[in-house]
Design a protein around this ligand. Sequence first.
Ligand SMILES: *Cc1c(COP(=O)(O)O)cnc(C)c1O
Length: 419
Amino acid sequence: MTDRRRDIPGTDTVLADPRLVKAAGVFGRPAVKRSVLTAQQKARDGHIEPEQVIDEAVANLPATLKPVINATGVIVHTNLGRAPLSAAAREALLAAAGTTDVEFDLKTGQRAKRGRGALQALQDAVPDAGGVHVVNNNAAALLLTAMVLAPGKEIVVSRGELVEIGDGFRIPDLLASTGARLREVGTTNRTHRRDYEQAINENTGFILKVHPSNFLVSGFTAEVAVHELDVGVPVVADIGSGLLQPHPLLPDEPDAASMLRAGASLVTASGDKLLGGPQAGLMLGHAELIERLRRHPAARALRVDKLTLAALEATLRGPSPPVHSTLNSELSMQRAEYIVSRLPEGEIVPSKAVIGGGGAPGVELPSLAISLPESYAARLRTCATPVVGRVEHGRCLLDLRTVQPEQDETLIAAVLACT
Ligand SMILES: *Cc1c(COP(=O)(O)O)cnc(C)c1O
């Protein structure tokens, strides 16, 4: 066996790599150098090959929030930051990063309504809404709703809609944290109009309809639609996913426009799920209610920053974001064949992608995956541009539906670096 330690590149050679030069400008040279020394040591200890030292040093940089290729087949992946932004949204948030006219009218030189461009774009996308407001996320939207409509009062909600969102967060607990009381009605599988009617009294703040966005209840079930809930109190619909209008591929997924037309006073939704934009809580509803929400003292604590407003406006006005192309496009066999032709191993297998992250449970979209030996999974995650696939039946599957076509070359390079 030859001693390969002599092939380990010297510190200055590694530091000259353009990616590390750039990183030194961001994190400082000492931090980057530590990462290089660690990579060299790994090579000396025989854990990696000398050729891998530079990539290893890049992978070890002290940053999180690195770009990651989502090859999981889960379109809206919460752990991977949910919706990837469109190029237009990225440009918009970069442009707004400096000083910007977020609350200023350049024509008159006067103060202007904060985020008016994003709000107008949302209003234009859903003409059925009398008014719109945007907060930090959907959880914040629900919090503000409870503070405005149910202080010291009751929120009537079906037992079939007491949802845990993820990471242990439960919508009922969130609402109760405002001091409102939850009045649960019906059963897990069946709730009727009379259940709501019997629960309503002078202490009722509002009825909340929550879309069970991450599970399915099937069998002997019944729920009451928003249009049947004309019982004299405001109805708030938490639709979760942020579809603004009906989507032909997702017939069971509620959308904001339909909910408002069915009589909801207010609809709340996330900006970073099926809408394909930044994290945000969208609130659409009756004009006077929106005004009360905007005026509540807590609204200031829940407001979004200029970067979010910029990205949201561009998502709503600009070309359709990646979530939509990922959802709507046909996957071509040629694309999969091209990728495999560039790899030393791997085969194309049929796969099923899902919406994930709070939207359209049970919906499966036909997809194609590159199947590799399982040992690739961990190595791909620690590549210079990490690739996250999924492990199934002892294979590492790279699902192409969630990989943006412009990421294909990076994906190929990552697999080659792991071979
Ligand atoms: C995702 C989801 C939420 C939470 O939204 P965030 O934007 O993550 O705060 C609330 N309700 C439903 C129905 C959801 O699907």
